[in-house]
Design a protein around this ligand. Structure first.
Ligand code: AMP
Length: 234
């Protein structure tokens, strides 16, 4: 889909609310960032927010640090609070969002629905990448401790500082997160599927190609949402 077409859709429905689903290493962070830039909406990544809180040694960071570094989920209370705060700001500013890393379970999806009953999620995009490919991507992943940038180079693509491996990108933690994902994803897909708000996108290939696939399904969903809202208005 052309960028123009997507912009028309966005103009029609000014506040898109999207969710990016996918295993670790699926590229969901990268694709959420691209989608946020493309649609001019907020990118809310729970993993990035938790890593920033840990880096800044806030009380949230110290409560979450052990679980994050072990590759285990932090409590729903912590993560829902974090998302609620960010969603409230975006809503107050009339901004759309793409949630990345939340919800991770059907129970979290229920909490999300309760947080914003009047503004349901337009679409959850499931980026599908085979486990072996995701593991090999994670093994070459590097992050910037200063700004949270993630990529594959020894220097940050954003602020040019030296990059490091993520504290949870070590074999046991990677395995734990993959297994956790495999256990949770079925019920989560069922949850969004039952609400007619799910698109499955092949996450294998060059990031630009994956971005085009994502833009295509998002454009279609936003167009549908716009048609439903004008039909209701008439
Ligand atoms: P990610 O950057 O999405 O791989 O997340 C990194 C880590 O943050 C996870 O391994 C969890 O410890 C924590 N985390 C992020 N999002 C959630 C969530 N929705 N529920 C529980 N823990 C989360």
């Amino acid at each position: 889909m052309s960028e123009d077409r997507l912009m028309v859709d966005v103009a029609n429905r000014a506040v898109p609310r999207l969710v990016m689903l996918g295993r670790q290493g699926s590229g969901k962070g990268e694709q959420s960032g691209r989608l946020a830039a493309r649609l001019d909406i907020e990118h809310i990544s729970t993993g990035a927010l938790l890593r920033a809180a840990i880096r800044d040694a806030t009380s949230l960071g110290s409560a979450a640090a052990e679980a994050v570094e072990r590759g285990e989920p932090v409590s729903d209370g912590l993560v829902v609070g974090l998302v609620a705060e960010r969603l409230a700001v975006a809503t107050a500013l009339g901004r759309g969002v793409v949630l990345d890393g939340f919800p991770r379970t059907a129970a979290q999806a229920e909490r999300l629905a309760a947080l914003a009953p009047a503004t349901p999620i337009d679409l959850a995009i499931h980026l599908v990448v085979p486990r072996a490919l995701a593991v090999s991507r994670i093994q070459s992943r590097r992050v910037c401790d200063s700004c949270g940038w993630s990529g594959r180079t020894a220097r940050c693509g954003h602020c040019n500082r030296p990059t490091t491996r993520r504290a949870d990108d070590w074999p046991a933690a990677i395995g734990r997160r993959m297994s956790e994902h495999d256990r949770q994803i079925g019920p989560l897909l069922d949850w969004f599927g039952a609400r007619n708000a799910l698109a499955v996108v092949d996450g294998v290939g060059a990031p630009d190609d994956v971005e085009d696939r994502v833009a295509e399904v998002v454009g279609r969903a936003l167009e549908g949402a716009h048609q439903r809202s004008t039909a209701t208005a008439v």
